[in-house]
Design a protein around this ligand. Structure first.
Ligand code: ZN
Length: 528
C-alpha cells in the first residue's frame, strides 16, 4: 500500500473554468471541506496585486485550522534578467505566508525562447534561483513544469534539464504538467518512467482533459511512479477541464494498492462533489463516474433483476463505497422487478404477485406513452401507487382553472394571472382564488396555495426550488407533449414531481398538484 498525495487545485485551476466564479467565502468553505475530506494540499490561488481576492484568501486561511491539508500559493518563476528577491511576484508569494509555494516555469524550449524571449540558459537559472529563493524563506517548494510533455517531445534533454534545475534549487517535488492536455496514455507512461530515472525528487502529475484522457493519464502516471496527483473536484478547469479527483481517488483507492485518503473518508466523496458543485452554482452532472446521480442507476429490466440478486453483476464497485446509492429507474423498458423494488420501499415485504405490482406497471407504461418519466420524480411515482391502492385521501378536487397572460403595445411587461376553483376535503362548496405571478405557472401556484392555505396551513412550509420543462418529440399520431418537472422542499426533505400534457400549463399543474399533495402528506395533521 502506497500513499499518493492529492493536490487539489479547484480553487485556482478549477476557477479558470467557464461559468465558475467563487467568492473568497466560497473558496474558504470549499477548502475546509477538502481538508475534512483529507486531501494533502489545497492550492488557494495566485496572490498578487491583480488578484486581491486571492490575497484575501491567504490572509484569512492563515488564521484557520487545517487538519490534513497544507495550503499552497501558486505563482511563477521570476522574470528574466532580475534577481529573485527583486521579483514582486515571488515577494508576494512569500508575503502570502502560505507554507507551500508552487511555481510554474517553462520546460518547452520554444516557450522560453519565443514566448518569454529569454535564452535557454537564463530559463534554467530562473527556475533554479526562484526555487532556491522560496527555500531560503523556509517554504515547501513545488516546481510545476509547464508544458512538460510537449517540451519533452520537442527536446527531451532540455525538458529534463529544467527539472534538474528545480532540483538543484532545492525543490521538494516537481510536477509534470500536460498543460495542453494532448498526451496519450502509453506515451505518458513512457515519459514518466524515463523522467523518474533522471531526477531524484518526488514527481507529481498535472493533467488537462483536452483529449478526454486526464483521468487515464493521471492513473498511468501514478502507476509509472508519480507520488502526487494534481486535479480538481468534478474536473472543473478551463477548456475541457482538469483531471477529476472525484474519479481518480476512487479509481486508485478501490482498484489498486494506492491510498489517497483514509478509507473512512471515501464514502464522503459523493457529498464533496455535490457540495462543490452547489458552491460553484453549476448543475451536478448525472453522468459523473462514481458520484453522479446516474452512476449506479439501473433501467433495463434484465439488468435490474440481476443487480437486485447480485449487485456486482452490473456494478463495478458498491455505490456506498463512495457514498452514492443504487437507483432502480422506472421506465417503459423495465419489467416488474423495477416496479416491485420501488413498491417494496413503500410497502416492505410486498409480494411479487400482489395486484398492485401489475397495476402500477401498467399505469407506468400508459403514463410514459403520454410523456411522463418517473426517473427523478419519485414522489409522483409514490402518489400514483398509493392512489392505485386507494391509500391516498382526496384532499381536493379541481373544478377548473383559468390562466391569462397579457402583453400590450408600448410595454415590455408580460402580465400573468390565474384563477382556480377547487372542491376541498369533499365539501360541497367550491372555493375560488385568484393570484398574479411572474409567469403563468407561478400565478397558478400562487392561486393554488391561496385557496388551500386555510384548510392546510402546512402548505406555507413548501417551497418550489426548481421547475423545468422539456418538449418531447411527437410520436406517431400524437401531438407534441410537454413534460414538467418540479422540485420542492419543506426545508428538510426534497422531492420531485412530474406532469405531462400537450399543454404546458396543464403539464405544470399536474406536477404542481403532486408536489403539494406529497408535501401535505408528509406534514399531515401539523399546524404549519
Ligand atoms: Zn493546469
Amino acid at each position: 500500500m502506497r500513499q499518493i498525495q492529492m493536490y487539489d487545485t479547484t480553487l485556482r485551476d478549477g476557477c479558470q473554468a467557464e461559468g465558475i466564479n467563487l467568492s473568497v467565502a466560497d473558496k474558504l468553505r470549499i477548502a475546509q471541506r477538502l481538508d475534512a475530506f483529507g486531501v494533502a494540499y489545497i492550492e488557494g490561488g495566485w496572490p498578487n496585486e491583480t488578484n486581491p481576492q486571492d490575497q484575501e484568501f491567504f490572509r484569512r486561511a492563515r488564521d484557520m485550522q487545517w487538519h490534513s491539508a497544507r495550503i499552497a500559493a501558486f505563482g511563477s518563476t521570476r522574470r528574466g534578467g532580475i534577481a529573485p528577491e527583486d521579483d514582486s511576484n515571488l515577494q508576494q508569494l512569500i508575503a502570502s505566508e502560505a507554507p507551500v509555494v508552487t511555481i510554474f516555469g517553462k520546460t518547452w524550449n520554444m516557450h522560453a525562447t519565443d514566448i518569454l524571449r529569454v535564452s535557454l540558459e537564463e530559463n534554467l537559472r530562473m527556475i533554479e534561483d526562484s526555487i532556491a529563493f522560496l527555500k531560503s524563506h523556509g517554504r515547501e517548494a513545488i516546481f510545476d513544469a509547464e508544458h512538460f510533455f510537449d517540451g519533452y517531445e520537442a527536446d527531451a534533454q532540455y525538458a529534463v534539464e529544467c527539472l534538474r534545475a528545480a532540483q538543484r534549487g532545492g525543490a521538494d517535488s516537481v510536477c509534470l504538467c500536460d498543460t495542453n492536455g494532448g498526451t496519450l496514455p502509453l506515451r505518458m507512461y513512457e515519459i514518466v518512467v524515463d523522467v523518474l530515472g533522471k531526477v531524484d525528487v518526488p514527481v507529481a502529475i498535472h493533467c488537462h482533459n483536452d483529449s478526454g484522457l486526464a483521468v487515464a493519464n493521471s492513473i498511468l502516471a501514478v502507476q509509472a511512479g508519480c507520488s502526487m496527483v494534481q486535479g480538481t473536484v468534478n474536473g472543473y478547469g478551463e477548456r475541457a477541464g482538469n483531471a477529476n479527483l472525484c474519479t481518480i481517488i476512487p479509481d486508485l483507492q478501490l482498484k489498486t494498492d494506492y491510498r489517497c485518503v483514509s478509507d473512512e473518508k471515501l464514502p464522503e466523496l459523493r457529498n464533496l462533489s455535490w457540495y462543490v458543485s452547489e458552491q460553484a452554482n453549476v448543475p451536478h452532472d448525472n453522468r459523473y463516474p462514481y458520484v453522479g446521480k446516474a452512476a449506479f442507476a439501473h433501467k433495463g429490466g434484465m439488468h435490474v433483476n440481476a443487480v437486485l440478486k447480485k449487485p456486482e453483476s452490473f456494478e463495478h464497485v458498491p455505490p456506498e463505497a463512495v457514498g452514492n446509492e443504487r437507483r432502480i429507474l422506472v421506465s417503459d423498458d423495465s419489467g416488474s422487478s423495477t416496479v416491485l423494488h420501488k413498491l417494496e420501499k413503500l410497502w416492505p415485504g410486498l409480494s411479487r404477485t400482489d395486484p398492485i405490482v401489475a397495476d402500477a406497471l401498467n399505469q407506468v407504461k400508459t403514463l410514459e406513452k403520454s410523456g411522463y418519466a418517473f426517473e427523478g420524480a419519485e414522489a409522483s411515482f409514490e402518489l400514483m401507487a398509493k392512489r392505485l391502492r386507494g391509500e391516498l385521501p382526496k384532499l381536493f378536487e379541481l373544478r377548473g382553472f383559468r390562466v391569462i397572460v397579457e402583453r400590450w403595445e408600448g410595454s415590455p411587461d408580460v402580465y400573468s394571472e390565474a384563477t382556480i376553483r377547487l372542491r376541498i376535503n369533499g365539501d360541497t362548496e367550491v372555493t375560488t382564488s385568484w393570484a398574479e405571478g411572474d409567469g403563468p405557472v407561478n400565478a397558478l401556484d400562487a392561486a393554488l396555495r391561496r385557496v388551500l392555505r386555510d384548510k392546510f396551513p402546512q402548505i406555507e412550509r413548501l417551497k418550489l426550488t426548481d421547475y423545468k420543462v422539456r418538449v418531447l418529440d411527437a410520436t406517431q399520431g400524437t401531438a407534441t407533449a410537454v413534460r414538467a418537472l418540479i422540485e420542492t422542499t419543506d426545508g428538510e426533505a426534497e422531492w420531485a414531481t412530474v406532469g405531462a400534457h400537450e399543454n404546458i400549463i396543464e403539464a405544470s399543474y399536474q406536477a404542481l398538484v403532486d408536489s403539494i399533495v406529497y408535501g401535505l402528506m408528509l406534514h399531515a395533521g401539523e399546524e404549519a
